[in-house]
Design a protein around this ligand. Structure first.
Ligand code: BTN
Length: 252
């Protein structure tokens, strides 16, 4: 599906190394464990993860047939745990899907990419023990067949191969890398926040907001310039969520 040489030859931005692993627990973990020897602008890809991780300590089931990658990048230090790298990555994934395959996707605040109401990709950005150096982790279902997903995600997941014929991913990976690293080190989202908003499959929808382990009814009203989600509760009060977890109500 991809080779190290093809990926490197297609990348235009600065790249230090591309590490391809047959299997690891999590590509984000792999970078964390080797943080003292892996240089920034390194791309780590695994064909399979035994303990892939999602946001909020959830697992990200990662069988063979998916693309699991992490990029180590430097930031300029003004991010303070903001969602900007996640937002920039979501928009980069969307651009790359459009550019390489003519596919239009939706972004579910804050870190998921959907195609036709099913999740194709999740993003997990994490800090490291090195100041201002972060890991951008992306998991994309590529050729997992419908019956290849674990039961708990079978009804909400989709693979790229359900939408296009997948041959070689090297160019896709290279374009994704270039798109994301073009935002570093500032991760200024000013130029893309309108697009992020436009691609949102959440604005105007009835949703549940996860709060202290309870799901609260709300309506997603808008996404601010700093990528926070404005929600309105049934009593008409509003709240601006900087981060968090929501789910969209079906058919509302
Ligand atoms: C989510 O759905 O909440 C985010 C999923 C992020 C998965 C990717 S796969 C590559 C990298 N390694 C991990 O363990 N997680 C991210």
């Amino acid at each position: 599906m991809y080779t190290k040489n093809e990926i490197i030859n297609n990348i235009k931005n600065q790249i230090n190394d591309v590490i391809i692993l047959d299997e690891t627990d999590s590509t984000n973990n792999y970078i964390k464990e080797n943080i003292n020897i892996i240089k920034p602008n390194t791309l780590v890809i695994a064909k399979k993860q035994s303990s892939g991780r999602g946001r909020r300590g959830r697992s990200f089931i990662s069988p063979e047939g998916g693309l699991y990658l992490s990029i180590l990048v430097d930031t300029n230090g003004n991010l303070n745990g903001s969602s900007y790298p996640t937002v920039a990555t979501a928009v980069s994934v969307s651009h790359t899907l459009e550019e390489c395959y003519g596919l239009s996707c939706d972004i579910k605040w804050v870190n998921d990419i959907y195609i036709k109401n099913r999740k194709l990709c999740g993003i997990l950005c994490e800090t490291t023990t090195i100041k201002n150096r972060i890991i951008i982790g992306i998991g994309i279902n590529i050729i997992t067949p419908k019956n290849g997903f674990a039961n708990e995600i079978a009804n909400i997941a989709t693979s790229l191969s359900e939408h296009i014929e997948v041959f070689n991913l090297s160019e896709f990976v290279a374009k994704l890398y270039d798109g994301i690293t073009a935002f570093a080190p500032e991760f200024d989202i000013k130029s893309i926040i309108n697009e992020y908003r436009k691609k949102s499959c959440v604005i105007g929808k009835e949703i549940y907001v996860l709060k202290n382990d309870n799901f609260i009814n709300a309506r997603a009203v808008d996404i601010t310039d700093s990528a926070s989600l404005v929600v309105e509760y049934p009593d008409r009060t509003t709240e601006t969520l900087f981060y968090g977890d929501i789910s969209i109500k079906i058919n509302k």
